[in-house]
Write a protein that binds this ligand. Structure first.
Ligand code: NAD
Length: 431
């Protein structure tokens, strides 16, 4: 099969290299010239473990992967086109901004040459795939294409593994022909016994938002339990551990912290609730999750501000929204930092991979090359992201270079007693 993927971000590029790994010929399209030039020279424009090797392999050795600037003249042999462009939140409301999706649909309509499937892999509100179909139908006969919804569930930081070993593949179609083509496409996964959920287009679109919103709900839930634990002298990590041992609950996404962030959960929770509202349905639980997460950021920032002297210097460790990615979109670290800067604090920071992305945000941060260097002369340390290299810091060494021994462990990666023993004022989450 020949595949075309429009959008070479975290989802599009991972999809491209992984399908090439399965043996398909893949053309990846992106309108960002800088990104395209980097990709053509074999360099990944973002950090994602394992992606460089596959990119290099399929660009230069197997030559199954090619990069192009537009769909024009690139759809002659294509069997399936994937739309993997961004669907951020609109600036003025909670709805998803679908302008990139509509733009691609128009381009597809102008360039379809023979029968192919048009697949929405971007996270899109229910009804979007049908609208894509409508746009294409304005210029192309129905016999020339079918639309499919095939949401993506990969996680940044483990995206390659998630793509080739997913918990499930969801395929939303409106006829047997397109369902069979999609099943054939995913046959390499079927051989590994990956469950394939074949359903309608609308159900498929809802599955993605319901899944992300449910995971966000688990996080918001345990964060509120953490607040109670803090007041009554209980330990939220032990609560979560014991809860997670119950198979009906499960241990994942029960880590209390500064709130959920990143390029998916915050925007998807808002868009899900907004889609429901547009259909006269109130998702009251999801609305509460959204509010709880927003309030959390304020609460955590206020707590930090109340414990660290105004105008002092803070060492901030971890800027990405989670470990193993350079993505700082909607990262809680960046949001807390912005509140601290507003209050006059000076921020010295370090992140193993996300410093170039953070520099683009222009927050007036001072960047260092290691965790230890950021601690020099600081009045407090804040651990914002639980990168492995922050998990076993030498606090004896750090105590000697800090001005004051205060630590906010926003990811609960240290034992409070160990740090208190060497003179630290320790603040974790929910204990
Ligand atoms: P991204 O912002 O990293 O990448 C989007 C890419 O699309 C950019 O490179 C941009 O230049 C390109 N683009 C935009 N319009 C284009 C056009 N008309 N023609 C060609 N290229 C165009 O986005 P992402 O993080 O990969 O997310 C893509 C979608 O997948 C979103 O809907 C997101 O919600 C969803 N998703 C993301 C993740 C994740 O972890 N990032 C996981 C699952 C699903």
């Amino acid at each position: 099969m020949n595949l075309t993927i429009v959008g070479t971000g975290y989802v599009g590029l991972v999809t491209g290299v992984c399908f090439a790994e399965f043996g398909y010929a893949v053309t990846c399209i992106d309108k960002d010239e800088k990104r395209l030039a980097k990709l053509k020279s074999g360099k990944c424009p973002f950090y994602e473990p394992e992606i460089d090797t596959l990119l290099e392999k399929h660009l230069n050795k197997t030559k199954l992967l090619t990069f192009e600037a537009s769909l024009k003249n690139n759809l002659e042999d294509t069997d399936i086109i994937f739309i993997t462009v961004g669907t951020p939140t609109k600036t003025s409301e909670d709805d998803a901004d679908l302008s990139f999706v509509w733009e691609v649909a128009e381009e597809i309509a102008d360039n379809i040459k023979k029968y192919c499937l048009v697949v929405t892999k971007s996270t899109v509100p229910v009804g979007t795939t049908r609208k894509v179909k409508k746009i294409i139908l304005n210029k192309v006969a129905q016999t020339h294409f079918d639309v499919v919804s095939n949401p993506e569930f990969l996680r940044e930081g483990s995206a390659i593994n998630d793509f080739v070993r997913p918990d499930r593949v969801v395929i939303g179609t409106e006829n047997k022909k397109s369902e069979n083509i999609m099943k054939e496409l995913y046959r390499p996964l079927f051989l590994k016994e990956t469950p394939i959920v074949s359903t309608s287009i609308e159900t498929s679109e809802i599955i993605k938002y319901a899944s992300n919103s449910f995971l966000a709900t688990k996080i918001a839930f345990i964060n509120e339990v953490a607040d109670l634990c803090e007041v009554v002298n209980a330990d939220v990590q032990q609560v979560a551990h014991a809860m997670g041992l119950d198979k009906r609950i499960g241990a994942k996404f029960l880590n209390a912290g500064p709130g959920f962030g990143g390029s998916c959960f915050p925007k998807d929770v808002k868009a899900f609730s907004s889609t429901a509202k547009n259909n006269n349905i109130e998702l009251s639980i999801i609305n509460a999750v959204n509010k709880s997460n927003k309030d959390r950021l304020v609460k955590i920032s206020e707590k930090i501000i109340s414990k660290i002297k105004k105008n002092s210097t803070i060492s901030f460790l971890g800027l990405s929204f989670k470990p193993n990615t350079d993505d700082v979109r909607d990262s809680t670290s960046m949001k807390i930092i912005s509140k601290l800067i507003e209050q006059g604090y000076k921020i010295q920071c370090y992140d193993p991979e996300a410093m170039s992305s953070a520099k683009k945000e222009n927050y007036n941060l001072i960047f260092f090359n290691s965790a230890y260097e950021t601690c020099q002369g600081a009045s407090a340390i804040i651990i914002g992201t639980e990168w492995n290299e922050f998990r076993a810091l030498n606090f004896e060494k750090i105590s000697k270079i800090l001005k004051e021994k205060i630590i906010f462990d926003l990811r609960n990666i240290y034992n409070p007693e160990d740090l208190k023993e060497i003179g630290f004022e320790y603040y974790g989450i929910g204990k």
